[in-house]
Design a protein around this ligand. Structure first.
Ligand SMILES: [Zn+2]
Length: 88
């Protein structure tokens, strides 16, 4: 968990606060959320050999088709915002 959260801290420091808000705030896209979380979990896995929330991986695999449909919809209907449409 510490590595995962440290990765988020580094993401925020590396990006301007308003750009980080685009991937973490209420207007983030599913795509931005996925990239943000996967980067943090990938680093946690590299450092500790474990992902932060193994149950999330199982959930994503179980719902893969629905995620791809949502990704596709968001990517095809994204506005000119840097990270696409809303996650809601
Ligand atoms: Zn996270």
């Amino acid at each position: 968990m510490l590595v995962h959260e440290t990765a988020h801290r580094q993401q925020a420091l590396a990006m301007a606060p308003e750009k980080y808000q685009a991937i973490s705030g209420p207007e983030r896209s599913l795509w931005a959320l996925t990239i943000r979380e996967e980067i943090a979990d990938c680093l946690a896995d590299r450092v500790t050999g474990r992902v932060t929330q193994e149950n999330v991986r199982a959930f994503v695999i179980e719902n893969e088709r629905a995620f791809w449909e949502r990704f596709t919809h968001e990517m095809l209907t994204a506005s000119n915002k840097p990270f696409g449409a809303s996650c809601r």
